[in-house]
Design a protein around this ligand. Structure first.
Ligand code: GRF
Length: 217
């Protein structure tokens, strides 16, 4: 289906990529995934893309002497497809400021915590260790600061007394698969815009992240 082009970046299983594919095929995401690019050749997400005929590319960070050289190669591979938006979906590389600045508001990421809590890795273990009663996922525009960009949409889940890292991660992942296609659609529709360093939602400055369970309709 034609529409604005996405290039999705992955590193692993690609369940968020699958959620975008499913939303697109259900007619809920007016876009086309032009390509899926992974920094790891063994990423199962590459098979998910191939199964539905989406072109795949691997830009393996181990083949480059340093981060800036890798980022330049990745940038060139992405821009070959001329995407309107580049969702990071389980992409596990820290990107250089030059890379992020080049894409200026065309980079989205989904992070498995209620940012600004628990930036970085091992978020579910850290939420359990901190005794958090609530946890969740956040979609944010990507800025040079790791997991520091403006959060646009969040979904919350309860932390249960008998949770372990796996049960909590699974509960969060289910919500990720709802909010990511929604946020990608809103950005493509121009409802969510990154402009002059702030986020506009329906043309009004977004002071707080939108909360999935507070959305009407
Ligand atoms: C997810 O928790 C995502 O939030 C994080 O990586 C995990 C795996 O994502 N960035 P996926 O299944 O590869 O999309």
């Amino acid at each position: 289906m034609a529409g604005p082009k996405l290039v999705v970046l992955i590193s692993g299983g690609g369940t968020n990529l699958q959620a975008l594919i499913d939303a697109l095929r259900a007619g809920e995401l007016p876009a086309e995934i032009a390509a899926v690019i992974s920094n790891r050749g063994d990423a199962y997400g590459l098979q998910r893309a191939a199964q539905v005929g989406i072109p795949t590319r691997v830009v393996d960070h181990r083949h480059y002497p340093d981060r800036p050289t890798f980022d330049r190669a990745l940038l060139a591979e992405i821009e070959a497809w001329q995407p309107a938006l580049v969702p990071l979906a389980g992409f596990m590389r820290v990107l250089t400021a030059d890379f992020v600045t080049h894409f200026r508001g065309r980079l989205l990421n989904i992070h498995p915590s209620l940012l600004p809590r628990h930036r970085g890795l091992d978020t579910h273990r850290r939420a359990l260790q901190a005794g958090d009663r609530e946890h969740g996922a956040s979609v944010h525009f990507v800025t040079p600061e790791l997991d520091g960009g403006p959060v646009v949409l969040q979904a919350r889940v309860p932390v249960k007394a008998d949770d372990d890292e796996a049960t909590l991660a699974a509960r969060v992942l289910t919500k990720e698969h709802v909010i990511y296609p929604l946020a990608v659609r809103w950005v493509l529709e121009g409802r969510l815009v990154w402009q002059d360093g702030q986020v506009l939602y329906d043309s009004r400055p977004l002071a707080q992240p939108l909360q999935l369970d507070e959305l009407d309709g």
